[in-house]
Write a protein that binds this ligand. Structure first.
Ligand SMILES: Cc1cc2nc3c(=O)[nH]c(=O)nc-3n(C[C@H](O)[C@H](O)[C@H](O)COP(=O)(O)OP(=O)(O)OC[C@H]3O[C@@H](n4cnc5c(N)ncnc54)[C@H](O)[C@@H]3O)c2cc1C
Length: 409
């Protein structure tokens, strides 16, 4: 069997794999990316948050991505009946990007891999990782290409960016149940022919149907809009009992007083996709010779669009640490990688949980608005969840709960 030798093998070419590859390529590390699918491929995760821009910039991808005219996302709106709460990323606590994009991921991920290939990154598409074995930190990975041919890759370090493929968690038995309740989603892209002009037409919105049930509306610059419903799995099962996913989306749209007239009855770009019990976790984020990133580690919930941000934050950090390790430095992966990532994940977990308890919604819709509180929550929603100067980061465990309690009093 043929064997290829590289320094770092990256499994998966989604956002975490792309930024890891971009960073390592720029720093002259000998890498290879292996991707199971052919791009473009449909994948969920279309509303970004500003922190990702830091990662695209560091990975050398920002300029290329900027040239595609993806829809700019300056903030987000949360609708609850007649009440609207709009976050503007330019009005947030602390430093950081004021905008990001809302994107059809098929095109966006293809744009990233095209740019990587243009820069000379070796990406083997339609090639699946079947097995990885470790001897200390050295690894031997078995892959199968689209013709069915098996080969191996020897690498000094493996970055697992395989998303829900969860290659190393499965092979090394690291999978754990999520601490979050079971939620599911159904989504598609709709031909948005009744899109209003101006901000309303491009405004990314989350329409709260019930405390735990919401509809996402993510307009793209290509005239399509992603519409999806998120709810406890039981709710989704009931909503869609005795109907297919096509009808289920129509039922979901009917639940939204705000959007029913805009989206009812319009054609879909592809058969709606159902994602069931999507929250996942792992027992460890790294081991000798490997690091897990993105959805290969934990995925929380789509409500604050944190998924891609965690994917790129972990992808680029794993790449930086792997590079330093290859240069002979001893890396404290527990502290520099796992503890760091877990801190950010913990902050977002609190916000997700407090969203579904209703406490955070209490803060969003309390009037008059408190601009100081809003700016600090806005910084969290923008992905700046490592800035401990923000009390809504540093004291995340209690601050939302306590403020909601005071408001209710
Ligand atoms: C309902 C729902 C809505 C969401 N909405 C948002 C949102 O609005 N915003 C947001 O930021 N996030 C959102 N997310 C999360 C987002 O989808 C993920 O967090 C993000 O795509 C993770 O990126 P990744 O690079 O880790 O994995 P992926 O983007 O999934 O990429 C992994 C790649 O690895 C490849 N792969 C898998 N197995 C193998 C293998 N054996 N060999 C080789 N390659 C392999 C796959 O083909 C894939 O291309 C949502 C998630 C869900 C479930």
């Amino acid at each position: 069997m043929e064997n290829e030798i590289v320094d770092v093998l990256i499994i998966g070419a989604g956002p975490s794999g792309a930024v890891a590859a971009g960073y390592l390529q720029q720093h002259g590390v000998n890498i290879k990316v292996v991707e199971k699918q052919k791009f473009p491929r449909v994948v969920v995760g279309e509303s970004l948050i500003p922190r990702v821009m830091d990662h695209f910039e560091e990975a050398g991808l920002l300029e290329a991505l900027n040239s595609y005219g993806f829809e700019k996302k300056p903030g987000a709106r949360f609708i609850r009946g007649e009440e609207h709460c709009v976050f503007d990323f330019s009005d947030k606590f602390g430093e950081g990007w004021d905008w990001t994009w809302q994107i059809p991921r098929a095109d966006f991920d293809k744009a990233m891999t095209d740019e990587l290939q243009r820069k000379g990154v070796d990406i083997a598409f339609e090639t699946e990782v079947l097995d990885v074995s470790f001897d200390g930190t050295d690894s031997l990975t078995t892959v199968r290409d689209k013709a069915g041919k098996l080969s191996t890759i020897s690498a000094k370090f493996v970055i697992d960016c395989s998303g829900y493929g969860r290659v190393l968690p499965r092979l090394l038995k690291l999978e754990m149940p999520s601490k979050l309740d079971y939620h599911s989603a159904i989504f598609t892209h709709i031909d948005d022919v009744r899109r209003p002009d101006g901000v309303e037409g491009t405004q990314i919105s989350f329409d709260i149907i019930e405390t735990e049930v919401w509809l996402w509306v993510i307009p793209f610059s290509n005239g399509k809009t992603s519409v999806g419903i998120v709810a406890p799995t039981e709710y989704i099962n009931k909503l869609s009992a005795s109907m297919d996913n096509h009808e289920a989306i129509q039922e979901a749209i009917k639940l939204s007083d705000y959007y029913v007239a805009r989206f009812s009855g319009l054609p879909y770009e592809f058969d709606p996709i159902r994602l069931t019990n999507y929250s996942v976790a792992v027992s460890q984020f790294h081991g000798a010779g490997y690091a897990l990133t993105g959805n290969s580690t934990e995925f929380l919930d789509p409500v604050f669009s944190s998924g891609v941000c965690f994917a790129t934050e972990s992808g680029i950090l794993a790449a930086k640490l792997a590079k330093r390790q290859l240069e002979g430095e001893v890396i404290d992966w527990d502290q520099e990688y796992s503890a760091y990532m877990k801190f950010g994940i913990d902050v977002f977990t609190t916000y997700v949980k407090e969203w579904y308890t209703g406490n955070l919604q209490e803060l969003f819709y309390h009037r008059p608005e408190n601009p100081d509180v809003k700016q600090k929550i806005c910084a969290v929603l923008a992905g700046y969840v490592w800035n401990k100067e923000n009390p809504f980061v540093a004291k995340h465990r209690n601050i939302v709960k306590n403020m909601a309690y005071l408001i209710k009093q």
